[in-house]
Structure formats: C-alpha cells, structure tokens
Write a protein that binds this ligand. Structure first.
Ligand code: HAM
Length: 417
C-alpha cells in the first residue's frame, strides 16, 4: 500500500504555493516598509522554553506539544509558536545590547497536536512580527496598523480587528478573583475542562466553545472594568492612536488568549468565513516575557497570522500563470532551432514551452491548449528557410508574422495583447 502523509500534515502543491508566495511576499514588503528585519530561528527548541513562556496550564503545553527525547537524552519540542524562540534568540544573541528596540519578523512551520479540521492542522505555518523595547502604546498601534495594512494590501476586507486588554501582574489577580467568585456560583454548569480551568486558568473559561459554558459565563465581569490606572491609560491611548489613523476595530472584552505571556493589549483579526477557526491572526503585548526567560527587563509586543487561514480567505483568487508561447516542431531537424530559440527566450524572461518527446503535431497542439499558452508557433522546413513564422493567438486564432529571433518574438508578444 502506498504511504500517506501523517494526519494533520499537508503537502502544499504548486498552485497553492503560488498563493502562499503572494502572501509571504506581501508580508515581507509591508514588514520591511515598517522597518522590520527577518529572523530565522530553529524549529526545535528545549521543551523548557515553551513551558516557561507559554505557560504550564495552557492547552498548548498541557496537551498539544510534539515533545520527544533526543539521542542525547534532552527533552526537545517542535515549536508550537514563534515568539518564544525569537525571544530566546533575542536574549542569547544579546540583540538588545546593540539596541533594545528590535523589529523582527519570521515565517515558517509550527506544530500543535490539535484535532485537524478546515483551517486547523498539526503542522501549520505562521508569519509573525515582534517589536521589543517600546512600552509606549504607540508601538501597539503601529503594529496593528501594519497588520491592517497587510490585509488591505492582499485585498481582504475580512478579517476585522478586535482588541482587548488583559491587564498586568498588578491588576489581573483582582480580575481573576472577581471572575472566580462569579464562576463559583455556576461551577456545576461548567464542562469538565472548565471545572479544572476554574483553578488553573479561570480566564480560559470565557473562551470555551461548549454552549453550557458560554451561557454560564455570558454575564461574567469584564476585564476592562478591573484594569489599574496605568493599564487603563495604556488601553485608552492604543484606541486613540487607532482612531487617529482611522484604523477600524472593535472591543472584545471576552477575548482571552491561549498563551500565558500576555500583558495589557491583546488582539485578534477575526473572520466569519472559516467556521470555528475564526482567528486569522492574533497577538498582544508581553512585557514580562523577556525577563521571565532570563533576559533583561524589556517589553515586547507582536502577532502571528496563520498562513493556511489567510490562504483559505484568498481561495477565489487565481494565481496560475500561463506560458507566453508554445513552440511546436514538424521534424527533428527543427527541434535544434526551437530549442535554441526557447533557451534565448527563457534567458530574456519569457515563459516558453516546447515538445520534448517528438510527439505528432496534433498532440503538440493539444499540449499547448492544455498548458493554456497565450501563443503558439509551428516551425517546419519553410520557417527555417525564411527565418519567419506565423504566430497564433490561442484564444481567438489571430495570426501575426514575426522573425524567428528572440527580439522579433519579444516585440510581437509585447505588441499583440
Ligand atoms: P496563536 O493565537 O496561538 O498566537 O496563533 C496565531 C495564529 O496562528 C492563529 O490566529 C491562527 O491563525 C494560527 N494558528 C494557530 N494554531 C493553528 C493551527 N493548529 N492550524 C492552523 N493555524 C493555526 C501565537 O502563536 C503567538 N505566538 C502570536 C504572538 C506573536 N503573540 C505575540 N507575538
């Protein structure tokens, strides 16, 4: 029996890859415009990095990590997200010593053992960006504007931006207590996972998709009403900057994130077009993470988008590109001429195809059709003798004569649209 890929791990075939390249290239252009530089970090890290950053009581660390012991008896993990590794590198390479303000972006595969479905995979790909060293809410707004600009540049009006604040180590414990008090009275109506979360991570109950839990937490206290003055001011300034730049957003005070390192601003780009996988991009501020990982006390903020989810939103856009010309030949002696012509055209950036299997003229023309070539030309003895040929526009049969030279053909392809 032929072998199949591992469940939740996908092949990206050429037509899909073109869509991915478009997304990646647009992200690179928009991020570089905003002063970000690319960082490439390993896919495998020490397991401890993720338990210390994402948090022991999160779904990711509790049940979704691909963790194994390597031959040197070290516990290592396939990265479930990008921020932890980037911050590990930021500290290890003392990037901050040169300038604590770093703007870094990355793209690549991440791994989570989740239940696969549309928009959710076990190997998935993120494009992420992080800013370190700026406490000011202006950085939050700059990052959100960049994310918004990215979606505008790829011509998507979906998804829309939702923001929230999760407070800081000063005020969050108050909110946690208030929420626990509220949940205490409803604990029997919560699902088993949320009963456990009640003590380990009560904020996550707000995120539970089980109808009974959603109902039980519908009237839960809002985190925004429990922010300390500094966090409240910070959140108000983020909103003011977004308003100043006319960036559309809405406030979602029930948004909690699946990673523990967040402080203050959190956000998601959400869509209604992907069923339950509504977050296309997400992120937030993590002012304590760098010091928590053994680095200096430097704040940070960032996001990551799910490449597969962005690609799904672009599914109707056609990224196929067709050859400009198919060169058909009648006899074997003409193939030498066709081959050098094809080589010359390719070297000047024109996409050309020709028959490589000495097929009949009829089957060569069928192939030209199949490849959706814009033009075709047949080279026989007569064409070799005169150095000219008739080029046929495939869509309507329009015929134009040109010299059988690279320059002549370029001229013709440019002139006949
Ligand atoms: P996250 O919310 O866990 O955040 O993931 C970010 C995005 O990755 C999600 O919004 C989603 O689009 C995509 N994603 C996550 N899991 C899957 C999956 N199983 N299949 C397909 N796509 C998925 C983070 O990872 C943070 N590191 C973001 C961040 C950067 N925060 C600060 N800086």
């Amino acid at each position: 029996m032929a072998l199949k890929a591992v469940k939740g791990f996908n092949d990206i075939l050429p037509d899909e890859s073109r869509r991915w390249q478009y997304i990646e290239q647009t992200a690179r252009r928009v991020f570089e415009l905003n002063g970000f530089g690319e960082i490439r970090v390993p896919i495998v890290e020490k397991t401890e990095l993720f338990s210390r950053s994402i948090g022991d009581a999160t779904d990711i660390v509790e049940k979704e990590m691909y963790t194994f012991t390597d031959k040197g008896d070290n516990s290592v993990t396939l990265r479930p997200e990008g921020t932890a590794g980037v911050m590990r590198s930021f500290i290890e390479n003392k990037i901050y010593a040169l300038d604590p303000i770093a703007k870094l972006y990355y793209m690549g595969p991440m791994f989570r053992y989740e239940r696969p479905q549309k928009g959710r995979y076990r190997q998935f790909h993120q494009i992420g960006a992080e800013i370190t060293g700026v406490n000011d809410p202006l950085a939050d707004a700059q990052l959100l504007n960049m994310l918004t600009l990215f979606f505008r540049e790829i011509s998507l009006t979906e998804p829309t931006l939702q923001i929230n604040s999760l407070g800081c180590p000063e005020c969050r414990p108050n909110y946690r207590r208030a929420l626990q008090q509220f949940l205490q009275q409803r604990i029997e109506t919560l699902c088993d996972d949320c009963k456990r979360r009640f003590t380990t991570n009560p904020l996550r109950t707000l995120d539970c998709k089980i109808p009974g839990c959603a109902e039980a937490t519908a009237a839960a206290p809002s985190v925004l009403e429990h922010l300390c003055n500094e966090c409240d001011n910070h959140f108000n300034s983020v909103k003011r900057y977004l308003d100043l730049s006319a960036t559309p957003y809405s406030i979602n005070s029930r948004m909690v994130r699946g990673l523990d390192y967040y402080t203050r601003t959190t956000f998601e780009m959400v869509t209604g077009l992907l069923g339950s996988q509504s977050a296309v991009a997400a992120g937030g501020r993590y002012d304590g993470l760098i010091s928590q990982l053994g680095g200096p006390s430097i704040p940070g903020i960032g996001f990551a988008m799910g490449l597969e989810r962005v690609a799904l939103l672009l599914e109707n856009k056609d990224f196929t590109s067709n050859p400009e010309l198919f060169i058909a030949t009648i006899g074997s002696s003409e193939r030498d001429m066709a081959f050098t012509l094809m080589d010359g055209l390719l070297k000047s950036g024109i996409r050309v195809e020709m028959d490589c299997e000495s097929k009949s003229l009829k089957s060569q023309m069928r192939r030209a059709d199949k490849l959706k070539c814009r033009f075709s030309v047949v080279i026989g003895e007569n064409e070799i003798a005169t150095g000219k040929a008739v080029f046929k526009r495939m869509e309507d049969g329009l015929q134009s004569e040109s010299a059988l030279t690279v320059d002549g053909i370029k001229l013709l392809l440019g002139a006949v649209k």
